[in-house]
Design a protein around this ligand. Structure first.
Ligand code: NIG
Ligand code: FE
Length: 415
């Protein structure tokens, strides 16, 4: 079935076919058309143009017409880093944090990730699916159309598989484009306390083959940071994952300059994420690689960490992606519009740079930019229709004023 969106005040995020990411100065540019139309065929964008042009007449024969009422039409947000499959919450630690405990102190007391793992262990797969579905629907309604979701609160084979099966069910249940990442090395499971090396061996020899046997993961991740896993352990896991065709998406440099960027780049990781702490060595090593530096300003905001030096990365000619890190400990929000606003307010990105970081580049960081993240013929018709806006800057500027009027995911209107 064909759907025509007409009366579009501005069609934004137009990218030529074949452009899979934006880097350097290109990050500051957003392609657009005023007074536009866009034709959807099934799940995909068929074509678009300006009202009154020579293809508009044919497009008007579409069975269904949506009036954008002068609003913007933009690609839905892409969120390449989340942990939305978890049980319960960690609001208790929120109080500890306010009282002055750091992320590491909370973790050292047995809180943090291990706390979530205990809760998840007690939760049935059905209940975990129900709780996670609620979060997935929440982010969809905030304009996210593509989402990466990690395991990593299981920390034993059965519970990691439980999480990944929940992600598989989410993939099958929603019009979101979802990618699954196996994060067995998020923390050392309780059964292996004091035996980190043995835990890493178990991740490689037991968990990875089990995950691969069921085809449950698209990527592999390691929390390479101070107090968690070392660069050597990270490379060991990435090497083991390579045998199953799983590329890395690494947690690095959240708590310290960890060597995780170097470890990830050396093994061809698709992205290195967090990067709250960084030196020039990281930008130098990323240049000319296929690895997308990804920053998570929601985690900086919630955990009072430094913000990543996104602007320096862009000046160095690199691309940057932004993602939510939606998780119960360091970023309990999946609001990509807020992420975009933090990118501008705290990282001094221009609205255009933040827009590209939250759409095309974030799609790239989960291997999806051939399919979504921009207005391009042949890509998924996963789009946000906004209320009429004076400028793209209004989206991050008015950071909590409702701006979405309608959402279309894979050609279907969801709200
Ligand atoms: O990306 N840093 C490691 N993992 C998550 C936090 C997980 C948690 O605290 O539950 C993050 O911030
Ligand atoms: Fe994370």
């Amino acid at each position: 079935m064909k759907t025509l969106i007409r009366n579009i005040g501005k069609l934004v995020g137009i990218v030529p076919e074949g452009t899979l990411r934006k880097e350097g100065e290109e990050m500051g540019k957003v392609g657009y058309l005023d007074n536009a139309w866009l034709l959807i065929d099934g799940e995909k964008i068929d074509s678009f143009g300006q009202e009154g042009d020579n293809r508009y007449g044919t497009a008007q024969e579409a069975a269904r017409i949506i009036d954008a009422a002068g609003g913007y039409v933009m690609p839905s947000f892409c969120d390449s880093h989340s942990h939305i499959v978890y049980a319960g919450s960690r609001y208790g630690e929120f109080r500890d944090k306010i009282d002055g405990l750091t992320y590491e102190q909370i973790a050292a007391r047995g809180g943090g990730i291990l706390n979530s793992a205990d809760l998840l262990h007690e939760t049935s797969e059905e209940d975990l699916f129900r709780q996670s579905l609620e979060r997935a629907v929440e982010v969809m309604n905030m304009g996210t159309g593509a989402l990466e979701i990690k395991s990593g609160y299981g920390l034993n084979t059965e519970d990691e598989l439980k999480m990944l099966r929940v992600i598989r069910r989410l993939k099958a249940s929603l019009p979101l484009e979802i990618r699954a990442t196996f994060l067995g090395a998020h923390a050392v499971g309780r059964a292996y306390t004091g035996r980190q090396g043995e835990y890493v061996d178990m991740v490689c020899r037991e968990m990875l083959p089990a995950v691969a046997a069921e085809g449950l993961a698209d990527f592999v991740d390691v929390f390479c940071d101070s107090g968690f896993f070392t660069p050597e352990e990270t490379m060991q896991i990435l090497d083991a994952a390579q045998a199953y065709g799983l590329r890395g998406k690494i947690h690095a440099n959240e708590l310290a300059v960890s060597g995780g960027v170097q470890a990830g780049v050396s093994r061809g990781a698709l992205s290195v994420d967090h990067l709250e702490r960084t030196t020039d060595a990281e930008t130098d090593i990323l240049k000319g690689t296929a690895t997308m530096p990804t920053m998570l300003p929601g985690a900086s905001f919630f955990s009072n960490l430094p913000y990543g030096r996104a602007k320096d990365y862009i000046r160095a000619g690199l691309g940057v992606a932004l993602a939510s890190d939606y998780n119960p400990g360091s970023s309990p929000s999946g609001d990509m519009r807020f992420v975009m606003a933090l990118g501008c307010i705290k990282m001094k990105l221009t609205p255009e740079e933040a827009f590209n970081a939250c759409t095309l580049n974030s799609a790239y960081a989960m291997g999806l930019s051939h399919l979504t993240g921009s207005v391009t013929a042949g890509k998924l018709a996963s789009l946000i229709i906004t209320r009429p806006l004076p400028d793209l800057a209004f989206i991050p500027y008015s950071h909590h004023t409702p701006f979405i009027s309608r959402i279309i995911l894979k050609g279907r209107e969801i709200s």
